[in-house]
Design a protein around this ligand. Structure first.
Ligand SMILES: Cc1cc2nc3c(=O)[nH]c(=O)nc-3n(C[C@H](O)[C@H](O)[C@H](O)COP(=O)(O)OP(=O)(O)OC[C@H]3O[C@@H](n4cnc5c(N)ncnc54)[C@H](O)[C@@H]3O)c2cc1C
Length: 514
């Protein structure tokens, strides 16, 4: 069987769907092919514990999308298709074993008070960094929204130079290259404030000592006060449903349970795909891949994949792995500092040195003794996700081994390690175990089962360390969302500007493909 489209998109992650929706709006005949049974990739909401408890299995924080180019272009259409955001003015806090916490709120005075309670000497530094973000944000956001390398990026840098002077450009460059530890030490005296910053680095694969970690930590930590957080009303999947709705109403198709096994190349050009079922679909204009770059060579004909420029995509490395523990709760955790119960995220590192050790243990293949925990409390701001008076909670365990060195498999240790994590949490929220009505654990192996892009349970779609970031993402020769194969484009977390539910790389590809 053979059919035809203008543009084929392989994979229905946030970027594949964003590209498809923008292109369908332009009148292109688009077909999205997805191997899973439902679209969305790492954005998926499901009742995995008990009926009525809607869990964001992977991503919950939609801040990148809210401020990104897709929402700017088609936000009104998405709203028509049911997409709505719930804002939080208390996005995150860090909780410490001595019963104290530091919380970041959009109310600057409240944040200052929280900092002053643990470290009065750091309030001035917080204010200084906040003011600096105000000055730098237009250029940092401008760079993240520009393809790399590109004239658009050069123009942003020129503007930064004009506004901030050479000193400012040096400071920005230093921020982009610094580790979280050096940045945190240079700015804060309190180990708690340093941990507040370093926790965000651990959301990506920036252990405190990895160069390049400071930029993300700085943007997220200070950005919390500037922008707060937003989550999807009723679940993150409402965004996916809305994108599919826009694609369908413009005549496009999203076909699930349709794994692409081969990208067809003729005369050096991508001309279509073959599905696992044997069906062939031809593309008259372009093929856009939302597949992890490291998996791409195996989808190309052997003669094409033999080319070094193509084959080097195999070298694109994953970050370390993640576990998700989803809980249905009778009531919210009774945190040792009750203030923590007001925030969407509770970070438990607890301290920067613990995070550094955790990363080293995970990289060496051992299960971390003091894992870095991100606890998500969606029902604090969106009670519609659970039956009245009840709550959903997730615990993201950052970072874990891709492979366990002693030879055990994740399927064997999943529940045991989740019990260990719950034991640690019990010391921060006594009685938590007794409030659990249902539990569903996703190990790194489960993450990959849901979505092949999450290689070995890497939640990031590829490490963000400097050797594969900025203009080097994913690998040399595959930058600017092009591949070495003509008419084959690539978007997704493995491309610039990296992971997250932003849709920016999808929008960039839609611009290129037109
Ligand atoms: C546990 C977890 C928590 C996260 N939390 C957040 C968060 O709160 N906020 C945030 O901004 N980001 C978060 N992220 C990151 C974010 O979700 C991802 O970076 C982003 O969703 C990736 O989008 P993508 O466009 O790369 O596509 P993906 O989500 O990777 O989707 C790609 C799709 O392609 C499909 N596919 C792959 N190969 C084929 C093939 N051969 N044929 C057909 N289909 C194929 C896959 O099945 C998948 O559906 C989280 C990620 C994880 C895993």
């Amino acid at each position: 069987m053979e059919s035809q489209a203008d543009i084929i998109v392989i994979g229905s992650g946030i970027n594949g769907l964003s590209a498809a929706a923008l292109l369908a709006k332009k009148g292109r005949r688009v077909i999205v092919l997805e191997s899973a049974d439902i679209p969305g990739g790492a954005v998926r909401t499901a009742e995995v514990t008990l009926p009525g408890f809607r869990h964001d299995l992977f991503a919950m924080n939609l801040g990148l999308f809210a401020g990104g180019p897709v929402n700017a272009a088609i936000g009104a259409d998405l709203a028509r298709h049911g997409f709505d955001l719930v804002p939080s003015n208390k996005p995150f806090c860090s909780l410490f074993p001595d019963g104290t916490s530091v919380g970041v709120q959009t109310d600057a005075e409240a944040t200052r008070a929280s900092i002053a309670a643990v470290s009065p000497d750091d309030v001035a530094a917080w204010d200084r960094l906040g003011a600096q973000l105000g000055d730098w944000a237009p250029y940092l956001i401008g760079l993240l929204g520009a393809d790399l390398p590109s004239w658009k990026a050069v123009k942003v840098l020129r503007k930064a130079h004009k506004a901030l002077g050479m000193d400012g450009v040096y400071e920005l460059t230093k921020l982009a290259l610094a580790s979280t530890r050096s940045f945190a030490n240079a700015n804060f005296v309190s180990p708690k404030m340093r941990a507040l910053l370093a926790s965000w680095g651990m959301h990506l694969d920036f252990a405190p000592d990895v160069p390049g970690g400071a930029l993300f930590s700085y943007l997220e930590t200070l950005g919390g006060q500037m922008f707060g957080m937003v989550i999807g009303k009723g679940g993150a999947d409402t965004l996916i449903k809305a994108l599919v709705g826009v694609i369908n109403e413009c005549g496009g198709t999203v076909q699930c349970s349709a794994r692409v096994s081969e990208i067809l190349v003729e005369g050096g050009k991508a001309v279509g795909v073959r599905l696992e079922s044997g069906e062939v679909i031809r593309a008259s204009h372009a093929v856009i891949s939302n597949v992890n770059p490291s998996l791409m060579p195996d989808m190309l004909p052997a003669t094409v994949a033999a080319d070094r420029k193509v084959a080097r995509a195999r070298e694109f490395e994953p970050g370390l792995a993640t576990m998700m523990i989803h809980l249905a709760l009778d009531e919210l955790p009774q945190w040792i500092d009750p203030k923590a119960g007001e925030f969407n995220y509770v970070h438990i590192g607890p301290y920067l040195d613990n995070m550094a050790m955790t990363y080293a243990e995970a990289a060496a293949g051992t299960l971390p003794t003091s894992p870095t925990l991100v606890v998500g409390q969606p029902t604090v701001t969106d009670p519609s996700r659970a039956p009245e008076g009840k709550h959903t909670l997730w615990v993201q365990v950052r970072v874990l081994p891709l492979e366990i060195a002693d030879g055990r498999q994740w399927d064997d240790v999943r529940e045991e390690y989740a019990d260990y994590v719950m034991g640690i949490l019990e010391t921060y929220a006594p009685g938590l175990g007794g409030q659990v009505l249902g539990r569903h654990v996703l190990s790194p192996a489960d993450l990959q089962r849901y979505n092949a892009n999450l290689v070995k349970g890497d939640s990031l779609g590829g490490s963000h360390h400097p050797a594969q970031f900025f203009f080097l993402r994913p690998v040399p020769g595959w930058g600017r969302h092009r591949t070495p194969v003509d008419r084959l484009f690539i978007c997704g977390a493995g491309t610039w500007p990296g992971g997250g539910v932003g849709g920016t790389s999808g929008a960039m590809v839609a611009d290129i493909v037109g």
